[in-house]
Design a binder for this molecule. Structure first.
Ligand code: GRF
Length: 225
């Protein structure tokens, strides 16, 4: 059996994204080892899923730190102590300063097709409300590496869903979550676990490429987990 990629999961809320990853691991479809759940609040409902599955928990609250840098240091110190290779933001609402040793090792999922409806004020229901107001006919989810700007780092993969004429914010967010997010995040993490992602530099930008199965490993390959 392939080695499991050690990850930490960062949550702020209900933890549906975390629960989906746990379910995919249990179903044998995702080769990651969730070694730590970091929550930005002790009241996050998603903590129940960590408790039920005996995953260690760290509560790191931004209000207890003077600066974003200090807060971020505390989050990543916990991740280093857990010896994780990657960090997956799962409904995590805080901006972090990504330290050098975690560059391109922090992932996020955003409930729209970036670069639409993303950035500092676009989170949760606001994203879907903006999509409906603009009248787009497709929406979806984007998994990307995190840099020091909201929803900005290199895109790993995207999944689309249709926007229907009678959609509400609730119906659209539900479809994006279940049909796009719940599929895209495990797929992206499994690509990492299989060493199938690489960066290519083209037209003055770095982009992420998925390496076909059975090809030489991608440049993000990391065997020592
Ligand atoms: C959803 O809005 C999703 O689009 C975003 O976080 C929310 C899910 O939070 N990525 P959670 O996983 O239920 O806490």
């Amino acid at each position: 059996m392939a080695a499991k990629l050690p990850i930490a999961v960062l949550i702020s809320g209900t933890g549906r994204t975390l629960k989906n990853l746990i379910d995919q691991v249990e179903a044998g479809k995702l080769d990651v080892d969730i070694r730590l759940v970091v929550s930005s609040s002790e009241r996050a409902k998603g903590l129940q899923f960590a408790e039920q599955n005996n995953i260690p928990i760290a509560i790191v609250k931004s209000s207890e730190f003077q600066t974003t840098q200090d807060f971020s240091d505390a989050v990543f110190d916990a991740c280093r102590a857990a010896k994780v290779k990657y960090v997956a933001m799962c409904g995590y609402l805080k901006l972090l300063a990504i330290p050098d040793d975690f560059t391109n090792r922090v992932l996020n999922i955003h409930p729209s097709l970036i670069p639409s409806f993303c950035g500092e004020n676009y989170y949760g229901r606001r994203v879907h409300d903006a999509a409906l107001r603009r009248g787009v006919k497709i929406s979806g989810a984007t998994v990307h590496f995190v840099d020091n700007e909201y929803d900005h780092g290199p895109i790993i993969l995207q999944k689309t869903v249709p926007v229907l004429d009678n959609d509400t914010v609730d119906s659209l967010s539900d479809r994006v979550l279940k049909d796009a997010e719940f599929v895209a995040y495990p797929e992206a993490l499994q690509l990492l676990a299989e060493n199938r992602l690489e960066f290519v530099e083209e037209r003055d930008s770095f982009r992420v490429r998925v390496v076909p199965k059975d090809s030489p490993k991608g440049s993000l390959a990391d065997d020592d987990f």
